[in-house]
Design a binder for this molecule. Structure first.
Ligand code: AMP
Length: 296
């Protein structure tokens, strides 16, 4: 085990698991584990960890000898005016949770190290990145892809676990790994939910009490949509019904759509005859919620 990295503003040295912000430290630890014949799994996160994130750590631990979780609130996936500054930062409690979940190392780089002056590379994404989130957050997957590619290059894991909660993101990462020949297995983790169906999310902390009461309607709208499709209702009719339901509850509906489950391409007209996924993004006040479900 590497010692706690001592020079990172004091913050990482007092955490209950080995933690570093330093790329040299990270690489030294990865090299030592590899020399000992151990495999490495990674779980990229932005922190404010909940049971959903921890389930990914546990899955990584079941599939690799060592698990590295990263916490990095990635500025390039936020547009000006989005919640980058407000995004919850809870490093101490996150570290305690990671330690309990069996994480071996927390990697928490700083933005100036990830994006030094003169950083000038972007990735152009097509296929599963088209539409849905991209229609409303056009900067988003470019930022995600760059940060994940950098984390993969830095950690060089054998596998990485990503949540189905962010289904389009999962598909974009799977495509990127395949297209760029990265030797990393991507393992999907199921979405963990509250008792009423609301998907766990770091952004749920923004919800007021009354908004929290309404938030589970997203799960209900998506469940109804998926059920209708499974019953053979054509997707245009089913989508109209789901949209009307969502529009009644939410302050704004960015999208509620059915797509091909593997490519995320739009579906042919009529009843759904292939594996499909329903996906949505809605607003309650200043909080944007996203969720998705399989059909059938
Ligand atoms: P985040 O830090 O929230 O951007 O997400 C880090 C990872 O956790 C991503 O792979 C997410 O898909 C995953 N994740 C977020 N919420 C959940 C959830 N409720 N259940 C399972 N995984 C999740």
């Amino acid at each position: 085990m590497i010692p706690h990295y001592p020079a990172f503003m004091g913050a990482l040295s007092s955490l209950p698991l080995p933690a570093t912000a330093d790329l040299t430290d990270l690489r030294r630890q990865v090299r030592d584990w590899r020399q000992a014949g151990e495999t490495i799994g990674c779980v990229p996160t932005m922190g404010a960890l909940h049971e959903g994130h921890l389930s990914l750590v546990k899955t990584a631990k079941e599939n690799a000898d060592r698990v590295i979780a990263s916490i990095f609130v990635n500025p390039t996936q936020f547009a000006p005016g989005e919640d980058f500054d407000a995004y919850p930062r809870t490093l101490d409690t996150d570290a305690a949770k990671l330690a309990t979940a069996g994480c071996d190392l927390l990697y928490a780089p700083v933005a100036s190290d990830m994006y030094p002056d003169g950083f000038s590379t972007q990735l152009t994404l097509e296929g599963p990145a088209l539409g849905l989130e991209t229609d409303f957050r056009p900067h988003f997957f470019g930022g995600v892809a760059i940060v994940v590619a950098k984390l993969f290059n830095r950690i060089q894991p054998d596998l990485a676990v990503f949540g189905e909660k962010d289904y389009q993101q999962l598909r974009v990462i799977q495509s990127m790994v395949r297209d760029l020949d990265l030797p990393i297995e991507i393992i999907p983790g199921p979405t963990l939910r509250e008792r009423d169906g609301l998907a766990l999310s770091s952004r749920n902390a923004y919800l007021s009490t009354s908004e929290r009461g309404q938030a589970a309607q997203l799960f209900l709208a998506l469940s109804g949509f998926a059920d209708d499709l499974a019953k053979g209702v054509d997707w245009e009719t089913a989508q109209g019904k789901a949209l009307a339901k969502a529009a009644n509850t939410f302050d704004r509906v960015d999208y509620i759509e059915a797509r091909c489950a593997s490519t995320l391409a739009p579906l042919p007209a009529g009843p759904v005859k292939q594996p499909a996924r329903v996906l949505a993004a809605v607003w309650l006040g200043k909080t944007r919620l996203i969720d998705n479900l399989p059909v059938g």
